[in-house]
Design a protein around this ligand. Structure first.
Ligand code: SF4
Ligand code: SF4
Length: 95
């Protein structure tokens, strides 16, 4: 039996993606010195990924399910979070 991936789960919800991210890293320098890179683990949709080559936190904002966790969970309060522009963002297909 194949294992369900996050990508499979994300397919059960759909997004109307804006071209502009509603999520912003305030200071990439702060991420460089962040020990835990917590955002790489607390986001249920794998939006944040530390890129060790570029030394920046990448944001796959298209996958955001608007749970709001990153508004409060970054220990440095280094993520700016707003709702997507009206009409864009998540819609639930199932459930
Ligand atoms: S948890 Fe916050 S400070 Fe740390 S890498 Fe993520 S966004 Fe940067
Ligand atoms: S709101 Fe939730 S799903 Fe979206 S980026 Fe933040 S933690 Fe991830």
């Amino acid at each position: 039996m194949s294992q369900t991936t996050i990508t499979d789960k994300l397919y059960t919800i759909r997004f109307k993606c804006d071209t502009i991210s509603h999520l912003t890293i305030k200071e990439q320098d702060v991420c460089q010195s962040c020990q835990g890179k917590n955002c790489n683990y607390f986001c249920p949709a794998d939006v944040y990924e530390w890129d060790p080559k570029q030394k920046i936190t990448m944001i796959a904002f298209e996958n955001c399910i608007e749970c709001g966790t990153c508004r409060i969970a970054c220990p440095a309060n280094n993520i700016k979070w707003v709702y997507p522009t009206g009409g864009y963002g998540i819609s639930y297909k199932m459930g």
